[in-house]
Design a protein around this ligand. Sequence first.
Ligand code: NAD
Length: 436
Amino acid sequence: MNICVIGTGYVGLVTGCVFSDLGNEVICVDKDADKVAMLCRGEMPIYEPGLEELVKRNVEDGRLSFSGDLAEAVRHSDVVFICVGTPPLENGDPDMSYVQDAAKSIASALNRYKVIVNKSTVPVGTGNMVREIIEINRRQNVDFDVVSNPEFLREGSAIKDTLEPDRIVIGAPNQVVAMKILELYAPLERPMLITDVASAEMIKYASNAFLATKISFINSVANICEAVGADILQVIKGMGYDHRIGAAFLNAGLGYGGSCFPKDSSALARTAQKHGYDFKLLNAVMDVNRDQPIRFLDRMRSAVGGSFQGKTVGVLGLAFKPNTDDMRDAKSVEIIGALLAEGANIKTYDPIAMDNTRRIFPQICYTHNAYEAAEDADVLVIITEWNEFKLLNMERVKTLMNTPMIFDGRNIYDPIKLRRLGFEYHCIGRATAAQK
Ligand code: NAD
């Protein structure tokens, strides 16, 4: 099939690559000329494990190409995927202007029947909105259908998630068009749900809001563990073995970040509000998530003597999670911002995300490795649980630091071992261990 993918971000680029790898002819379009130029040179605008090789292979085989010419790419295709961003507005609604612009551009280029597939995460009703925009703006009276096909990939494992999704959701106005999209995904041999457009749109928001709920729930339990002397890691194990609960997304820490959970939770709460329903549970989930880094900073401030003024803080990990360079809504931005505002000096290291962080915090010190970040630090903070941080020589870290104090926001170290080495070690929800 001839496919056009609009938007070559984390979702569009991976989707385009995988569809081309399955034998389709794919043109990936972006309005960002620099991104298109990079991709044409074989350089990746984002970090995603395995992506560069996949792009290279499919470009060389002639099935994948990149272009800034949206009209030409749409005219050439049978199926058009909209994969543009839907970033949050101040009021919590998603900014729909990129989807609207994409729909207008599709309308002007519509030359024969096409299926327009919305992969961006969008509120219920967007399928109708896209249909209306195309109907109003099309230049030729040709038919088209609009389908919702929400994306569930996770950054850091996006290719694997796209090749082996837990499920594929196709929200279509009728069976014929649903079958056309089903045919595209058939080689993956994964469970598929064919439903109506509105339900498909809601499935995406409900899924992300539910995962956010799991995270805020376990963080709340961790906060109680600290107070009552229980160990959250043991609690998680004991809960996770119950298949009705499951261990996934039960990690106590600094809370959820990234480009999806925060924005999708607030978007769903806004949808509820607009329809007269107060989604109390989801509002509480967002409150807990907002408070979690504040609690962490409060504990750290007390531990360093009541003020960060003049303190050197080593920060390990910047990306919102391991294996990505994505800094959108990363906890590091919140924590470093607060530390800087209170007069701390920051030395930091992240294996992949330092270039992106430099654009946000040009004034902090970027080091070559974790040991350099720890050197002369009064406190070392773990924000992203990259594997390499788990394997550090902690004796060496201790000798490098000004004061051997660690605030581990992701529970990656063994409290007993670190305390035996002479660290003052603080983590999340592990009071029992703290007392040992
Ligand atoms: P992104 O910001 O990385 O990429 C979006 C791309 O779209 C950008 O390169 C931008 O230049 C391009 N673009 C915007 N308007 C355009 C237009 N009119 N024509 C051509 N290109 C245009 O975004 P992303 O992270 O890939 O997310 C895309 C959508 O998928 C969002 O709705 C997001 O919520 C959803 N989603 C993201 C993830 C994720 O992990 N990133 C997972 C599932 C769903």
